[in-house]
Design a protein around this ligand. Structure first.
Ligand code: PMT
Length: 400
């Protein structure tokens, strides 16, 4: 994703999650953004201004006055410089100040002078997060036009487990991108994406599954949404979740359930992208009780699962249908025959066996193949970056 030329102001307040901010600065710079940081004095206990100044290649704003030089920082200039401001981590105290217009330090005065979009990532202990005052303050920020990124659930610095964790830098990067991106080429389009594996139950505790993590499909969903699409994400059992409230997520377990969600949404879809690794076979019978370990040999009878992609392509009206192919040998040949046999508009081939490609990993390298024999190769890169490039090419070839 490109943030070339975008000016991002990071406002850091005093929470433990500030330790993630240097990584975010690196990611923003890597994606072409100009970065400046403002900090509360409390946040300097968690991450040093020197670290942020070095990584951002810009001075950090903390106090109005530099006692030694007699100079002062102009909060209006800092606020108007930014194309977007991210306040992260946002403590309960700073959240309350934002919601009520306090300006008792350089950071809050800068926020009050801002005219650009402000994104806030509250992070705190779970009881503070659930407190009615905190909830009201978050609602107030949203009413004032801020984008509030909900905290994630997990281990907290206090030792408790619950909602309060600041999302990872990659997620915050994606939220920033969606706010400043001018590339809204999917505006008005409805995109359905399948992601992750399917689990086919053998009995109440066992299933047939595969190693798909859902990363490719979720990255495509985020990118399509950031490019303006209304996204319906049909996800098999994956550890992933999306914080993007405009993505409509349907979680399913089996291929049968995935098919039925696709079928009930298909009529209004413009583009279907089938990135899920659907189990080709399911047990002919699901036992209602756990199978006992009595025999030396256990024979399972399997039957073919429905082909969801084939169902979609044979029910095309105005929809464009894109398949994925995961091959271990003769990739282009097999992918081409799937492209034709299933009447697809394009197919994305990942060749398993290359390092950093396919299941589970954060990166992928693929070939995008069209009906007119055009093939576009994409080198190894993050699934997020790749998703934007794939959608860009699909838009160029299928709609323009
Ligand atoms: O989830 P990750 O860990 O990020 O990994 C990503 C991925 C490797 C799973 C993804 O990039 C990918 O390649 N997905 C398709 C994998 C696959 O099942 O390929 P296939 O060649 O078996 O299936 C071909 C196409 O038919 C796919 O679009 C698949 O979604 C679809 N299909 C297959 C079987 C079936 N019963 N129904 C289907 O819709």
């Amino acid at each position: 994703m490109s943030l070339k030329g975008k000016k991002v102001l990071l406002a850091v307040t005093g929470g433990i999650a500030a330790y993630k901010i240097p990584t975010l600065v690196r990611l923003l710079k890597k994606n072409g953004a100009e970065v400046r940081c403002v900090m509360t004095s409390a946040s300097c206990h968690f991450v040093t201004p020197l670290t942020l100044a070095t990584l951002s290649e810009n001075p950090v704003g903390i106090d109005f006055f530099n006692q030694q030089s007699g100079e002062w920082l102009n909060h209006v200039e800092w606020a108007l410089w930014a194309d977007v401001i991210l306040v992260a981590p946002l403590t309960a105290n700073s959240l309350a100040k934002m919601a009520h217009g306090f300006s008792d330090n350089f950071l809050h005065t800068t926020l009050l002078s801002a005219k650009c979009k402000i994104i806030a990532a509250p992070a705190m202990d779970l009881d503070m997060y659930q407190h009615p005052t905190t909830k009201q303050n978050m609602q107030k920020l949203e009413e004032m036009g801020c984008v509030v990124v909900p905290a994630e659930t997990g281990f907290l610095a206090s030792g408790l487990v619950g909602q309060g964790r600041m999302p990872e830098p990659e997620v915050l990067l994606s939220v920033i991108h969606s706010q400043v991106s001018k590339d809204k080429r999917f505006d008005g389009k409805k995109v359905l994406i399948t992601a992750g594996p399917t689990f086919e139950a053998i009995d109440p505790v066992r299933f047939i599954g595969n190693h798909s993590s859902g990363k490719m499909g979720y990255a495509l969903a985020e990118a399509a949404s950031n490019m303006g699409a209304h996204v319906i994400l049909v996800s098999g059992p994956s550890q992933l979740s999306t914080l993007n409230p405009s993505i409509e997520v349907h979680k399913v377990q089996s291929a049968d359930k995935m098919l039925s969600v696709v079928q009930s949404n298909w009529q209004n879809i413009d583009l279907g992208i089938f990135a899920a690794a659907v189990a080709d076979y399911k047990p002919s019978k699901t036992e209602s009780h756990k199978i006992k370990k009595s025999e030396d040999e256990l024979v399972l009878t399997l039957q073919k699962n429905p082909d969801i992609l084939l169902w979609a392509s044979s029910h095309k009206k105005n929809q464009k249908v894109i398949g994925f192919a995961l091959e271990t040998q003769n990739g282009e040949q097999y992918a081409k025959s799937k492209l034709e046999a299933k009447n697809l508009d394009a197919i994305v081939l990942n060749q398993l066996g290359e390092e950093g490609v396919g299941f589970g990993v954060d990166t992928n390298s693929v070939k995008l193949m069209f009906r007119n024999n055009k093939i576009i190769s994409f080198g190894l890169q993050t699934k997020q970056q790749l998703s934007y490039l794939l959608l860009d090419e699909l838009m160029n070839h299928l709609y323009e």
